[in-house]
Design a binder for this molecule. Sequence first.
Ligand SMILES: [Mn+2]
Length: 419
Amino acid sequence: MTGFRFLHLADLHLETSFGGRAATRERLRRAALEAFENAVSYAIEHQLHAILAAGDLYDDPVLSLPTELAIQRQMQRLDKAGIWFLAVCGNHDPGGRQYRSIQLSLETDSAGARRERVHVFRDRDPQPVTVTDSAGQPVGVVIGAGHPSDAESENLAANFPALATKLPLVGLLHTHVESTPTAGQHDRYAPSGQRDFERAGYSYWALGHIHTRQCAVQGQPVHYPGNLQGRNPRETGPKGGLVVEARAGVAAEPEFVCFAPVRWEHVRVDRIADRESVRALVAQLTEEVAALGAHTDELIVRIELAGETVLAPTLRRREEREAIEAELQATTGALEIQLLDGGIVRPIDRRALRESPTAIAQALELIARAAEDDALLTELAPDRLATDVDAGERTAYLRALLAELPEELIERSIAEGEA
Ligand SMILES: [Mn+2]
């Protein structure tokens, strides 16, 4: 007998509004829907029993018509193929009466007829749903609970029951497992702890909320698939879902499948010292992008430039960086390249400069002392600053200004020397 085969998705965040360039924004909007379509196609091709969506199906409750229609179209495809779609409500798509998920009513088709194999868990109380195969035979039980509001503070995992069944048992929940390494980047909605998942009987826990793919509790079948399509520079790498084959009483091992058409990557390059022309730099950066590996997805690469380079004055200018970005997009075929100044400086012997008998050296020494001495810092600063700053934040603001001064001074002294 084969097990209960399903696709675990989470945090689809359809209808996200993106920042950045217009073309990229439009591409990302479509990419999120394409990723969902890819996931549904996969489930149909591989004749899975179900798709489990662990919350945050959409990002903004004001859905555009194309997005709403796209969601309904995928429900229709699954329905036709006899595949279950089970979703729990999260903080972006809460289940309470006043929220959008009720009107969206995935459970009915356009004629208002009930879709037997679609179930949305909207309440706090965990409910079991028995999933069947195409012949109507039970293959697994999914227990799910939803967020009724957009700021659920209760631990919903704590109420999941231990059910007596011969079928594989799967928990489905949008939750903030506090012990996960990247938990700090997300809001503490429906917080849960390791212990909530250690109860016997569950073959798998399909979680959502934290956007980084990971096992949420070491040694336990508790997983986050990560979001379906990366949406910003922090959501890097291939994105998709987890394919699971669950068997009763056995901890299931999920397998990752990439569904996202667009991939974000972040590269930090801090060895550009020996590049003396922009062309040589473009060649180097083209290689860096190529080193991200073979891929079929479209790339958005954020390249952070740091360290010493004679090109520093050029690279600090926004319009120069934009020209290089355009050139790199052409050489790499990437959807978008973003060049960031991550602290690029001219290659000069800073220590020798500091020890030289010059006015610059004296100024640098004074700056170094002021950085350690608030009284001196206050004494050196003008009474009125160009920017309005609260009295309580004045020192922190001055410190931030001071931190940029040494490089500025060094730059200026070199420029004057050259002139
Ligand atoms: Mn969430």
